[in-house]
Design a protein around this ligand. Sequence first.
Ligand code: DOR
Length: 438
Amino acid sequence: MTSPVELLVVKSVRAVDPAAGLDAEVDLVIERGRITALGPGAGAKAAHSERARVIDGSGKWVLPAFVDLHAHLREPGQEYKEDIRSGLAAAAAGGFAHVCVMPNTKPVNDTRAVTELMLRRAAEVGGPELHPIGAITVGQKGKELTEMAELREAGAVAVSDDGVCVMSSAVMRRALEYAKTFDLPVIQHAEDHELTAGADMHEGAVSARLGLRGWPRAAEDVIVARDLILAEYTGARYHLAHASTLGSVRLLREAKSRGLAVTAEVTPHHLLLTDASVIGYDTFCKVNPPLREEADIAALRAALADGTLDAIATDHAPHTSLEKDCEFSYAKPGMIGLELCFGLLLGLVGKSGLTLARLIDALSTRPARIAGIDAPSLREGALAELTLIDPEARWHPERGSLRSKSDNTPFWGRELSGQVLATLSGGRLVFDRNGADR
Ligand code: DOR
C-alpha cells in the first residue's frame, strides 16, 4: 500500500464542495495525507519546499472524491470477470475514494468470513476503500435472514440481496426491523420476479418489435410501493437500488414528502439510454433493471436534479465476452461503469435543472451519508479524499484502455466530457493519470 501523500500543492484550482459551501479558485495544500491549507494563494510557501509536488490547477477542478454505493467486484468466486484489485483500480481511475460492493459473489457475502475476506483483500491491494454490503438473506435465497449483527461488526455498511429481489413481504418486514436495530440501510433490488419471468428487456414497443420478452415497469413499481409501506410501518432505513421507472420516482417523491427515511440511487446508464439502444440486439445494453423509455429518463433526470433520487451509483457489473457474445436471451445483464461515470454525467449539468453542486452531492456527499461513511470534504484538517478533474477534456473510451477486466459497456467510442486526472483516498494517491499509477 502507498503511504499518505507527503506534500502536494495544487495551485489555482477551482475547488467545489457544496457541503462546505465552497466554489472558488484556491490553492490546496496536502501534507501527510491531510488538507492543511485551502484558499487563494495558500500554497505559495509550501510550493517552494523541495519536498513538494506542485500541480498547476488552472482550468482544472478539485472535487470531493466520489462514493459508489453499488458495484460488483466479483471477488470471491468470479475473478475471471473482475477482482478486488482490478475493480478498485477502475474505481480509482473513475474518481472514487470509496466503493460499496454487492454481496452476489461466490460464495454470497452472507457471513462474517466473506466480509472479512473482502476487507483483507482490499487492504492488501491498497487503492480506494472497499465497503462490503452483506446479504439480507442466507444465500440471497429470500427465506432466512443473515446474521446482520455479525456482518455489521465485520464491516458491512448495508444489506442487500441485489441481483434478486426480496419477494416475500414477511421476510422484507423482518429484514427492515432487524436491520433497523443496527441502523443498517436495507438496499432493495425491486423486481417482482413473477412479472419478469424470462424477460430480456423493457416491455414496450421495442420489445414487441424485436420479439424479446418484456420486463414491465410495474414489476419495479409494485415492489417499491410495497416496500415504502413496510418502511413506513417499521421506521427502518430503506434504500432503492438502481431506480429505473417514472413510477418509482413518483412513489419516492410522495414518500419523501411525508418525511420517510427512504433514499434511492440511479445509474448513469438509466439516465442516458433508452430501450431503443437494444435495437440491433446489443447485449452490452442488456441490464437489470432494463433501459426504459424517454419518459422514464425525463422523470429520473428531474428526480436527480431535485434530490428525490439521492445518489448516483454505477452498478458496475463486469461480465466476460463469453457471457455477452451470445444470443440476447442468454446474455448476462449488466455493464461496467466505474471509469466512465463522471465523463458520462458531466454533460447532464445544465439539463433538466441539474446543477454541478447537485451532481457532486449525488456522487459523493449523499452516498457517503447513506452508507455511514465519513463524507469526503474539502476543508482544512480533513483527510485528503478528492479528485482532480479536467472539465474541458473530451475523450472517447477505447476498448482495452480501461482498468476493469471486462469490457461490457455500450459506451465505447462515445464522446465523454470531463476526465479524472488524479484521485486521493484516505490521504493516499490512488490514481495519477500522468504519473506512475500502473
Ligand atoms: O444488470 C445487473 N447486473 N443488475 C443486477 O442487479 C445485477 C448485476 C450483476 O451482478 O451482474
